[in-house]
Write a protein that binds this ligand. Structure first.
Ligand SMILES: [Fe+2]
Length: 277
């Protein structure tokens, strides 16, 4: 059984907040509002906040439960496991915050009605909802243990090299194949985030939109092995990868953990892949 929470928002840092925010407004149709040194980029179904700071860092991921009873149940589960967290009280009620082993914040809150998003941009005609994110870390087993054993995420697929060392892990927090992916790499950093669109044809329409906006595809169109989703990725001005995906695997509760070899065809069944290690 999964914890049944979905990804709602990411907060990343950048040395040039306004430039990166402008990219997401122009290319992906977000509406951006500045709050001090933070750009809050919002579109229907997706939320990306960019805060002044180091390049390529994920500061926070925020997951939401369907209601306060589900959050209370999750808090009880963490307390039983003696997991350290802090409570916060805000406009939308209580939320909790936990630091992962690479010092990123993970927040859990209750889903509230989406606030109105200003009209305009690609967000209206080209729908895609924030679905998953990925981070890089030198020893993925450490993050895997934390998210699976401490936070209760469910392991969907693992990738190992010829020596048997873990090179990637895909974990889910609801029925969708992964809300978090972890890749082995030399340095801890943000890797990418993905917004899931309705179907294959919508993915094509997004790619056409990128072309009209003179944004080159950096990877894809391809099909991932783990998750079986079709996708493309582009690079933002900080060289973070932003992904549009479709047709991600829906996992049955009894689904066994998948095992994959560390090779290009695992990350892209159609051939060329960005290998992080
Ligand atoms: Fe992805």
């Amino acid at each position: 059984m999964t914890i049944d929470a979905r990804l709602e928002r990411l907060v990343i840092s950048s040395p040039d907040v306004e430039r990166v925010a402008k990219f997401y407004v122009d290319a992906f149709g977000y509406c951006a509002e500045m709050h001090g040194d933070e750009a809050r980029c919002e579109a229907p179904g997706r939320s990306l906040w960019i805060r002044s700071g180091r390049v390529n860092q994920l500061l926070e991921s925020r997951f939401v439960f369907a209601n306060s009873a589900a959050l209370d149940c999750y808090i009880e589960r963490l307390e039983k496991r003696r997991i350290t967290f802090t409570r916060q009280y805000g406009e939308s009620g209580i939320s909790i915050r936990i630091q992962d082993p690479d010092d990123r914040s993970v927040c859990f809150a209750v889903n509230v009605e989406s606030r109105p998003v200003a009209s305009g941009g690609a967000g209206e005609k080209h729908f895609a909802r924030l679905q998953h994110y990925a981070v890089r870390t030198p020893v993925p087993q450490v993050l895997l243990d934390f998210y699976a054993n401490s936070l209760g995420f469910t392991v969907s697929d693992l990738v190992r090299d010829q020596a048997g060392d873990l090179t990637a892990a895909f974990l889910r927090s609801d029925a969708e194949h992964h809300s978090l992916a972890i890749f082995r790499a030399a340095e801890p950093r943000f890797d990418h985030f993905s917004c899931e669109t309705q179907d294959w044809h919508s993915l094509r329409d997004w790619a056409d939109l990128m072309a009209r906006r003179s944004v080159h595809l950096a990877w894809g169109i391809g099909r991932h092995g783990p998750g079986n989703d079709t996708f493309f990725m582009v690079l933002d001005p900080d060289c973070n990868l932003a992904e549009i995906s479709s047709d991600l695997e829906q996992c049955a509760p009894e689904r066994a953990v998948g095992s994959w070899d560390h090779r290009m065809e695992t990350l892209n069944q159609w051939g060329v892949a960005i290998m992080r290690s």
